[in-house]
Write a protein that binds this ligand. Sequence first.
Ligand code: ADP
Length: 393
Amino acid sequence: MKIMSINAGSSSLKFSLFEMDTEEVLISGLFERIGIEGSMYTIKYQGNKIKEEVELKDHGDAVKILLDKLISLKVISSLEEINGIGHRVVHGGANYTKSVMVTSKVAEDILKLSDLAPLHNPAHYLGIKAFQEVLPKTPMVVVFDTAFHQTMEKENYLYALPYEWYTKYGVRKYGFHGTSHRYITKKISEELGRNDLRIISCHLGNGGSVTAIKDGKCVNTSMGFTPLAGIVMGTRCGDVDSSIIPYVMEKEGKSAGEILDDFNKKSGLLGISMTSSDSRDIEDGMHEGNEQCILAEEMYVRSIVKYIAQYYVELGGVDVICFTAGIGEKSVETRQLIIEKLAVLGIKLDLEANKVRGEFAKISAKDSSCLVYVVPTNEELMIAMDTMELINR
Ligand code: ADP
């Protein structure tokens, strides 16, 4: 069975075509600058990289070229060979607790939720429509980033704000990166042959979130109403006192939107280091004795440790801590700094085992009070697996 996994952004479209029997990626790629001058695509196929500049007026153009390429490169001989398409959708609100087949109501709901995810949901809608136009008979599924977190209790997802803001406007914690946290939960449960685990999953990429999971279900997560909340991130501030917004608005003569833009794009590792949002540059800076980089990394690590400690208590102890995404999978140093600060809980690393980058590995010491693993995430595969499951039902 062949399933395509799609992530449509406002000016981009990322795809992977999976052979589900082997979970192998047959072909993958990215269309960029859709609707903007200088649009192009990059395709990875059989170890080769094809890069070309083409005119892409809209997502429909990208989909047409993508499907033509699948045929001309002989990945498939007819479009009927694509058994299903899974679309990543950032926001599913409170009502979508699982992946679902695309119907006209589902597509409309995604568009309606644009209020909560203005940069993402309209683009996902365009992606769905573009595929429906050329492949009207191919079953399609949507997989929501928020769905996994909808098992949180009200006490954990509400803010202590006027209750009508929740009932009237949906102001609450939704949580994000759910597809990744769910994939990590599945992988580690399979590895240990148990579903009754207390897991703390640390997704540390450009964006980052920490999630507490019990018996396969999300109990709490660090991101909130939007993906701005929680831990320190590459360019996002994470949790801050909201009174800073009107205070700096007045000082700098900026609008609330401009301050939020600074929170999203000029803060986090970048804001503190004044150098870079990339943890590799921060590490280089630390080794050169750059004080801002040392400070940024320490604040980053402490923000993650704070959530792990909170969730350790909420879960009544922990069986496994997992690290995933760019930094979680590859930064040996960040993992070490985090686990060192958890020594009071008896959590210990095997420093040799921790030298791994981007590979599934157990990295805890034999006498650690809980297991620690590096688990490379694979959101595209999770989307394809959900799609296959729903089509087969
Ligand atoms: P995104 O959230 O955009 O999907 P990723 O999960 O790909 O991001 O993570 C990207 C981040 O991973 C980069 O900003 C970089 O900080 C970090 N990273 C990648 N490789 C390494 C490495 N070898 N060592 C430390 N950090 C790394």
